[in-house]
Design a protein around this ligand. Structure first.
Ligand code: A2P
Length: 344
């Protein structure tokens, strides 16, 4: 940050999987924090969490949690966001919300900072963080929009357990142990056996046959790109991976497709993306290699032999970082740099 201003920051959902990552990312990126407030449910009130080497006591999230807070990072689930974000805004905070509660509300910007940072300036107190699969897809797709108009995207996801929070990751580990011990499997978070299996994404299936995760990828992409015409069709699947999502993406251009060289260059030059495309070694993006990384990895860059206007690629991104905590902190960084007036 270019000046010496510091901000009072609150994290709603500080004890969760994304909350833990918020703490690491804020410390790692030296976010200019004056006071930090850690909020969670009454169950966690009184617990101690470490931030930047110092202990902080978790408080219960209530309507009164936000006095003197400048920036409130919410990751406590959609119902908590709906219940408390307004109170935070009324108290004068700007909310960066990780849930789906406000994403499609036209009043609230939906932002991937590498893609549409200028939308942050239109906020009315709430800025929505997109769905993790949408963010990771757009990190690979958006650089290509500079090379020609994209008409249609066909995407298939390979989504990790982390999307269902700490409890989701625990369930995968626990079921794997049970499976290897030939015990019956405990199912609490996911509806199906997760260890040594995969299944269609566990979000509710809508009337049109798409599940809600797939519909989010389709709708959020249009909003973030400000393109009501771009076609997106998605198939979202949970795979037994702990914390990074992968996606196979087919991208059809309106006109002639750019060369693979131009696509590789555009991806390599894009902040937040690394090209991992080693055909000789058959080494491409993998969830275990992208875990704990801020950047998304893109590879399998090739021409679609069935459509002269289309290319295929494969992206992997850390769901908890770029898919959630990192993206939200980046939004807060742009907010304080560009759109937060200096206090008197
Ligand atoms: P708690 O740990 O006290 O339950 P995850 O995404 O890993 O499941 O984490 C969810 C986060 O949201 C946790 O920090 C959790 O706090 C918090 N949370 C869940 N329900 C509530 C609630 N009713 N009020 C406040 N925080 C909540």
């Amino acid at each position: 940050v270019s000046n010496s201003r510091h901000f009072n920051v609150a994290i709603a959902g500080a004890t969760g999987a994304v909350g833990a990552e918020f703490l690491k990312v804020l410390a790692d990126r030296k976010f200019p924090i004056a006071n930090l407030k850690l909020l969670a449910s009454a169950r966690s009130a009184g617990k101690t969490l470490m931030f930047d080497g110092k202990p902080y006591t978790v408080e219960e999230l209530t309507e009164h949690s936000f006095q003197d807070v400048d920036i409130a990072l919410f990751s406590a689930g959609g119902s908590q966001s709906k219940k408390y974000a307004d109170a935070a805004v009324r108290a004068g905070a700007v909310v960066v919300d990780n849930s789906s509660a406000f994403r499609m509300d036209p009043r609230h910007p939906l932002v991937v900072p590498e893609v549409n940072p200028e939308d942050i300036g239109t906020h009315q107190g709430i800025i929505a963080n997109p769905n993790c699969s949408t963010i990771i897809m757009l990190m690979a797709v958006y650089p290509l929009t500079k090379l020609g108009r994209i008409k249609r995207i066909v995407v298939s996801t390979y989504q990790a357990a982390s999307g269902a929070g700490a409890a989701g990751m625990d369930e995968l580990v626990e079921q794997t142990r049970e499976y290897l011990a030939e015990k019956s499997l405990t199912k609490k978070v996911f509806p199906h056996q997760y260890a040594f299996n995969l299944f269609s994404h566990n979000s509710p299936v809508t009337e049109n046959g798409y599940n809600e995760e797939e519909m989010k990828m389709m709708k959020e992409t249009r909003k973030i790109l400000h393109d009501d015409q771009i076609g997106v069709t998605a198939t979202c699947v949970r795979v037994p991976v702990l914390r990074a999502h992968s996606e196979a993406i087919n991208i059809e251009f309106e006109g002639a497709r750019p060369s693979l060289e131009a696509i590789r260059d555009a991806l390599a030059a894009f902040p937040g993306v690394q090209v991992r495309d080693d055909r000789a070694a058959n080494h491409f993006p993998m969830p275990i290699e992208v875990s704990d990384n801020y950047d998304c990895f893109v590879g399998r860059i090739r021409n679609d032999l069935s459509n002269e206007r289309a290319v295929d690629l494969f992206v992997a991104g850390d769901q908890v970082l770029k898919g959630a905590a990192l993206n939200a902190v980046q939004i807060a960084e742009v907010l304080i740099e560009k759109f937060m007036p200096a206090k008197k």
